[in-house]
Ligand binder design. Structure first.
Ligand SMILES: CC(C)(COP(=O)(O)OP(=O)(O)OC[C@H]1O[C@@H](n2cnc3c(N)ncnc32)[C@H](O)[C@@H]1OP(=O)(O)O)[C@@H](O)C(=O)NCCC(=O)NCCS
Length: 204
């Protein structure tokens, strides 16, 4: 055997040692949240609470807080979607919540989207945000706003801009986490609501 042929054979790992995930397609199902998804959602979010400045939360969320949030959003007809992988694990989630508790804001929401670290950069963020926009339009929502950290969230800004969100403003030094000041970037997108009326906060 020539030396170069030997090298070629040698560099090929045995089947059981080759990276399976690179050959496996990245598949998922996007669907409304269920109570049983909460532990995975909590783990995804708390990773960013502890390790990043993309969220201004500094304390990990509890299961009870998430349960309360899921119930509150369901009560107000606010979409909360998850992406479930083939093994049943939640890969990421996207939700909208009222922009304000004041009732005249009832047609406007703030969104939130988080993927597990291993699920980023593969198109899932785009798919989830597109699905969230569609679900929000079906719920009669008119305006969606994203409030994004001005440090470490370049991917989120890029994703929102790709989906038609337009930057409408910035605030400097409004957050303080891990010993440094942080600002926020505001992006807004006009939706095309299907439902004509919304009953949020009992108003029409
Ligand atoms: C931000 C996040 C939701 C984006 O989802 P994603 O699956 O990684 O992004 P996608 O692969 O769907 O990319 C969407 C588009 O944005 C672009 N994009 C993504 N990250 C980018 C980056 N860092 N810089 C430039 N462009 C980027 C992609 O090129 C892609 O464009 P295309 O659809 O035209 O090809 C995801 O990375 C995430 O959860 N990050 C950590 C948590 C976070 O920051 N959440 C947002 C808090 S405001």
């Amino acid at each position: 055997m020539l030396e170069e042929e030997y090298d070629k054979t040698r560099r090929r790992l045995p089947l059981h040692l080759r990276r399976a995930e690179s050959e496996r397609p990245f598949t998922y199902e996007i669907r409304p949240v269920r109570e049983s998804d909460i532990p995975d959602i909590r783990e995804i979010y708390n990773h960013y609470v502890t390790n990043s400045v993309v969220t201004f939360d500094e304390k990990k969320w509890t299961l009870a807080q998430w349960r309360e949030k899921v119930a509150f959003l369901a009560k107000h007809d606010m979409p909360f979607l998850v992406a479930e992988g083939p093994s049943g694990q939640i890969l990421g989630y996207a939700l909208v919540q009222p922009m304000s508790a004041k009732s005249a804001f009832r047609y406007s929401v703030e969104n939130s989207i988080y993927l597990g670290h291993a699920a980023t950069g593969k198109g899932l963020g785009r798919a989830l945000l597109e699905a969230l926009i569609t679900a929000s339009e079906e719920a009669g929502i008119h305006q969606m706003v994203a409030v994004i950290s001005d440090k470490g969230a370049e991917g989120s800004v890029a994703l929102h801009e790709k989906l038609g969100f337009v930057e409408v403003g910035r605030m400097g030094r409004v957050g303080f986490k891990f010993g440094r000041w942080l600002g926020t970037i505001y992006l807004q997108r006009q939706l095309s609501p299907v439902k004509k009326k919304r009953g949020l906060f009992g108003k029409r």
